[in-house]
Design a protein around this ligand. Structure first.
Ligand code: PEP
Ligand code: MG
Length: 575
């Protein structure tokens, strides 16, 4: 979309929140002008030598990068590099390239290109997001190998520094890693920046604002221009006018950076209500940040990350080590651990492990109840870890009270076993349920009687809500503000209140500065947010008056449209 004068506004997909202001620098593609002429027999050995040298150089490059990330990335994130090393270590794969040089008389670069293309073609049509995202990794390895065959110098990362907004055509984990170390002000990418790509995970975890779906051809014409990226609203502004620079600079100046916080004062509203701010986390690295900042607790540990990228179900020792470490560190503060939610777009990274589950479309608790051994092992380790802290166990994608009754029976058995083994152990654990399906909302009256607390998963709930509501063809952030959706959340919150049960709100809606007021207005005091949203949400809470928020929420549920609610909230935020 073009604005007036010289200003260009591009719309993109917000991957992580935040604002970045800097000079635009574009990482140019390495050209793929591979040499397609055929070689003589006498040239074959030279080309094979070039290939071997390129493999060694690429291996060293990856190794150096991995080394540079020691301590910066979590164990899971570091596995990204393992995928690269596995390719470079695969002698069968390189034998295939050598045979292409020998038999087809291809130049080394052409042989690399065509052999890797064969692999890319194989996974191109996969409907598994994780597998598809490996195309970016394969492409990156290919570029690196070809560059090292040519002996070309690499993309000049030297020029990039912490004053830049960086545009790339195709983001991959290596580029993301370099940019996160350089602490650039923002990243925009045409491809490779999806919610589940490893590259996005790296940038999100270090708080670099990132936008996906930004056309590279468009951006490359504006190298070195002043640029703003606003990842809260999904826009990139090239050549912003002075008033925009001023407004955004002010916003940035006022924004507390999560890196600068060591210990925050309680989040108390203007009229004196304490709001408990919990962290929703997916890795130990995120856990460590949450612990340092002194969150009131952890409202959600997504244990999928322990299973994803793992070639088998993690054993009891490994799971216990992780859960007990967290429990010890949180002491009395609540630590809500959710049993694994594999399925849909969350799939294990290992192809073998994935294949075993690929036919299954069931997710969450329903899938877990079909894998009782895996579920029992996970629940047992969580219950044992509870001896060291204050854990609540919760279950994803619950559909009805029967499922909770079934897991409670298993829990009872585990608790009895533990008691028999060791009388001293505290194995009583609080039990929760994730309310994130429409069927759970319909059965909330029964579910609530079976649990000590509920989590409301606004991400999945919104997807289900939009699936049922024909007006929503795609799930957009604004749909959170649909009065009907707010009513659904209100039903669950009111039911929990009537039964004296705690509600922990989770999902992106809770981390969204616009919708948070509506949620506070529902009377919920326990919010679980993503780390990156902490500063925005904290600031808003401290400026909110609960009574006024309740009036806003009342108006929101009786509004006629999303637009009406949106307008009301933006007026409120402005004032
Ligand atoms: C949710 O659905 O809102 C939620 C927190 O769960 P996840 O995002 O892990 O599916
Ligand atoms: Mg969910």
């Amino acid at each position: 979309m073009r604005g007036y004068m010289d200003k260009i506004v591009l719309e993109g997909l917000p991957i992580s929140g935040g604002i970045g202001i800097g000079r635009l620098i574009c990482i140019k593609e390495i050209s793929y002008d591979v040499n397609t002429q055929l070689i003589d027999e006498a040239e074959v050995e030279n080309q094979i030598t070039d290939l071997e040298v390129a493999i060694c150089k690429t291996f060293i490059e990856i190794y150096d990068l991995k080394d540079g990330f020691k301590g910066l990335l979590s164990e899971e994130e570091n596995r990204i590099f393992e995928f690269y090393s596995e390719i470079l270590d695969d002698s069968y794969f390189f034998e295939e390239i050598k045979n292409t040089i020998r038999n087809k008389k291809y130049h080394a670069d052409n042989a690399i290109y065509t052999c890797i293309q064969k692999y890319i073609d194989c996974i191109q049509d996969s409907d598994n997001e994780y597998v598809k995202n490996r195309i970016f990794d394969l492409n990156d390895v290919r570029k690196r190998l070809i560059k090292n065959v040519y002996g070309h110098s690499e993309v000049n990362y030297e020029e990039i520094n912490s004053s830049h907004i960086v545009a790339v055509k195709e983001l991959n984990p290596i580029i993301a890693g370099v940019l996160s170390k350089k602490e650039v002000r923002g990243v925009v990418a045409q491809e490779g920046a999806g919610y589940f790509t490893h590259a996005s995970i790296i940038l999100k975890s270090v708080g670099i604002p990132t936008l996906g779906n930004i056309n590279f051809k468009e951006t490359i014409q504006h190298q070195d221009k002043d640029t703003i990226i606003d990842c809260n609203n999904g826009v990139m502004i090239i050549n912003p006018d002075n008033s925009q620079i001023f407004t955004y600079s002010e916003k940035l100046r006022r924004k507390i950076n999560i890196k600068d916080i060591d210990n925050f004062e309680p989040a108390i509203t203007v009229d004196g209500h304490k709001i408990f701010l919990y962290a929703s986390i997916s890795s130990l690295k995120e856990f460590n940040i949450a612990k340092r900042i002194n969150f009131d607790g952890i409202g959600l540990v997504r244990t999928e990350s322990i299973f994803i990228d793992y070639n088998k179900v993690p054993d009891e020792k490994r799971q216990f080590a992780i859960y007990s470490k967290m429990a010890r560190a949180m002491k009395n503060r609540i630590l809500v651990i959710r049993t694994v939610d594999i399925g849909a777009d969350k799939v294990p990274g290992s192809l073998d492990f994935y294949k075993a589950h690929s036919e299954r479309t069931v997710r969450g608790i329903r899938r877990s109840l079909q894998h009782k051994k895996e579920l029992t092992l996970q629940m047992r380790t969580i219950i044992q870890a509870n001896a060291f802290g204050n854990i609540g166990i919760t279950f994803p994608m619950v559909n009805n009270a029967d499922e909770i009754r079934e897991v409670k029976e298993i829990i009872k058995g585990i608790e009895n076993e533990i008691k028999a083994e060791n009388n001293e152990r505290n194995c009583q654990i609080e039990i929760g349920a994730f309310i994130e399906t429409i069927s759970a909302v319909e059965d909330i009256e029964n579910i609530i009687k079976e649990v000590d607390f509920i989590n409301i998963g606004t991400n999945d709930l919104l997807h289900q809500f939009c699936g049922l509501n024909r007006k929503c063809s795609t799930v957009l952030k604004d749909n959170y503000l649909d009065p009907e959706f707010i009513k659904i959340i209100k039903t669950c919150v009111d039911c929990a209140k009537e039964n004296g049960k705690r509600v922990i709100l989770c999902g992106e809606m809770v981390s969204d500065p616009v919708s948070i007021i509506v949620l506070i207005g529902l009377g919920v005091k326990d919010l679980s947010i993503t780390l990156g949203a902490f500063c925005d949400i904290y600031e808003i809470i401290r400026k909110t008056n609960c009574e006024e928020a309740a009036k806003i929420t009342e108006k929101a549920v009786s509004s006629k449209s999303i637009e009406e609610v949106k307008k009301m909230l933006s007026d409120c935020l402005r004032s």
